[in-house]
Design a binder for this molecule. Sequence first.
Ligand code: ADP
Length: 164
Amino acid sequence: MEKKVCAIYPGSFDPPTLGHLDIIGRAAHLFDELIVAIAVNSAKQPLFSVEERLSLLGECCAKLSPTVRVLSFEGTLLVGFAEQVGAQVIVRGLRAMSDFEYEYQMASINRQLNPEIETCILLTSSEFAFLSSSIVKEVARLQGDVSQLVPPNVLSALKEKFAS
Ligand code: ADP
């Protein structure tokens, strides 16, 4: 029987951007199943609650592919959560060399923790190389136009958050 490969794409997604959706769309083509996993970090104060992020990402992913699911996890290692959901691959996106060191460190520690789980790094599409959730929040907070950087539902949610 053919072996199905399930991948997990973890991140904060606070909020999801077109850069994230580009990676999700491309990873969905590569793997039989993709789980987008919102990592809840209680030490960080996010702009969007985990429920809001689940709903925003869920709407976007439903349009992208039926093989993508969105979940959240908290208080557990990523490799532990990957094991729980049966994922064999961790997907990450790389924008610039500045991302490399951190991604390399994470991939190395995750391999140490579970050598069965492989990290797969996808290079960003060049139009999204400068794009991050933090830059989106900064521009939106100052009432700048982020309509080319985020999907329509995130744009509305940002407008609501920053309505003065
Ligand atoms: P984290 O806090 O874990 O870095 P993010 O939500 O910022 O979470 O990012 C999740 C993943 O998506 C990371 O691997 C990050 O490098 C990648 N990513 C973020 N923005 C982009 C983008 N514009 N293009 C490609 N990958 C991206």
